[in-house]
Design a binder for this molecule. Structure first.
Ligand code: ADP
Ligand code: MG
Length: 463
């Protein structure tokens, strides 16, 4: 009984430290909006890079022709081709393929990574068949979605600032990733031009806008997390270029790197950060996104095992292995509705080697998953409120019919139902009923691929 009480003390303490009462969420939202201003004011003015994307026009629907897109940004990469038919035909046909990236390539050399990607792309191009037509005499064109922080130099070039999400390829940092990809395509004999370099948030925003005119922001909740939105160009003091004709500029916030004294960080988060590949960086991402949630659960369970013999006298050795408990498994346990929590039982056994757990123990594991997911979801909602505040869309103006759509994508949002429902209900709670009725979160299923190909089309070398 003493052990159980001790374990519960650890759990309750974690719960308390990671609490997200509504007042705290408002502080986080305010801090997000303050940092957005600071990041727009000057280079390195904030933890939020607020990167200028060079996308000053979102898709109109007139885009026409065959375009490719390549999405690199997590554990998989996707290649896509679309035949665009303008306002009438829209997306006439699309095909894609997904390839997982061998782990050694994520920490190897730039050439190895880009050679692998170019080779897969070349294979995919070779399967181009009926329904896809490249106009005579034209070169194939590609929208490259590269979801790591990039200092954009133009719509079709940019240098890698740093890796995130478990990638670490030193010789690529500071390089123009489009030049790297282009050289690799040349090495493979693939004749293709990269006409747009974007990240997944920009791609999702562009894809979202193509289907819905009210889309003004995009949020990714997948392996990592990030957001982008449409800013008024004259509200970007650090922009010294010509004001775009549209008067608008899409900003890639890189919000994963947000941090604030208002964030409810615990000892487990500090330990995770210190043992990570990017110490001190991406703190918001490390408490919200799919790469990390499962590992936070593991860390709390390990403490309960070590200090309160929660799983018996022996600390299960596998519980000490970083990232052994992945977020999809955590999510499966969290969603277990069977009376004896048999999914939880089998996951604990299969992943952590902990057999014959009691129902009481399993219930605690579910509760822990809930605490970790709830914090992540509520903080994501607070981040979105920060953007809405910056846009002045967190209130409704008298007599104005206002509609704001946020395009959302990423495996965490898509598959972790407890997470996404909590996010949506928290956002409503923060906004109040009247404003909440004007805000829509739209799941843009792989909108980023289509979005990148649309941007490739609107930035084509051919008139
Ligand atoms: P990426 O972010 O790598 O580009 P995705 O948007 O597909 O790719 O997101 C994949 C991530 O989503 C995984 O790393 C995982 O963290 C999370 N995820 C995938 N499936 C689930 C699931 N069933 N439950 C919770 N999280 C999931
Ligand atoms: Mg992705």
């Amino acid at each position: 009984a003493g052990r159980w009480a001790k374990a519960m003390t650890i759990l309750r303490e974690f719960e308390e430290k990671s609490g997200t009462p509504i007042g705290k969420l408002r502080q986080v939202a305010d801090a997000m909006s303050v940092e957005m201003h600071a990041g727009l004011a000057s280079e390195n003015g904030s933890k939020l890079k607020m990167l200028i994307s060079y996308v000053d026009n979102l898709p109109t629907g007139d885009e026409h022709g065959l375009f490719y897109a390549l999405d690199l940004g997590g554990t998989n990469f996707r290649v896509l081709r679309v035949q665009l038919g303008g306002k009438e035909g829209r997306v006439v046909k699309q095909e894609f393929t997904e390839v997982s990236i061998p782990h050694e390539l994520m920490v190897g050399s730039s050439d190895e990574l880009f050679d692998f990607i170019a080779a897969e792309l070349a294979k995919f191009v070779a399967t181009e068949g009926e329904g896809f037509h490249l106009s005579a005499g034209r070169q194939r064109e590609l929208g490259f979605t590269f979801s790591f922080p990039v200092k954009q130099l133009s719509i079709s070039s940019g240098t890698l600032i740093k890796w995130t999400k478990g990638f670490s390829i030193d010789d690529a940092v500071g390089q123009d990733v489009v030049a790297e990809l282009t050289k690799a395509m040349e090495r493979k004999g693939l004749d293709m031009r990269v006409s747009a370099l974007v990240n997944d948030t920009i791609g999702t925003l562009a894809g979202g806008r193509y289907f819905n005119n009210d889309v003004v922001a995009a949020v990714i909740l997948g392996t990592g997390t990030n957001a982008a939105y449409v800013e008024r160009a004259n509200a970007i003091p650090k922009w010294h270029g010509l004001l775009p004709k549209s008067g608008e500029m899409v900003i890639n916030m890189e919000w994963g790197n947000f941090r604030s004294s208002h964030l409810p960080l615990t000892e487990y988060d500090h330990a995770l950060d210190i043992e990570s590949l990017n110490v001190g960086e991406q703190i918001f991402e490390k408490i919200i996104s799919g790469m990390y949630l499962g590992d936070i659960v593991r860390r709390v369970l390990l403490k309960m095992a070590e200090e309160a013999a929660f799983f018996g006298d022996i600390v299960p050795p596998k519980l000490k292995v970083p990232f052994i408990l992945r977020t999809p498994e955590m999510s499966a346990m969290h969603h277990d509705t069977s009376p004896d929590l048999k999914v939880v039982g089998s996951k604990l056994k299969d992943i952590l080697g902990i057999s014959s757990t009691s129902l009481k123990t399993r219930k605690v594991v579910v509760e822990l998953c809930n605490i970790v997911a709830t914090r992540g979801a509520r903080l994501s909602a607070a981040g979105i409120l920060g953007i809405l505040k910056k846009l002045g869309r967190d209130t409704v103006k008298e007599g104005e019919k206002q509609r704001t759509v946020i395009a959302m994508d990423g495996g965490l949002f898509e598959h972790y139902t407890e997470f996404s429902t909590c996010l949506e209900s928290t956002l409503s709670e923060l906004l109040g009923e009247e404003v909440a009725d004007t805000i829509v979160i739209e799941h843009a299923n792989d909108g980023s691929g289509i979005g990148a190909s649309l941007l490739a089309a609107s930035h084509s070398q051919y008139p």
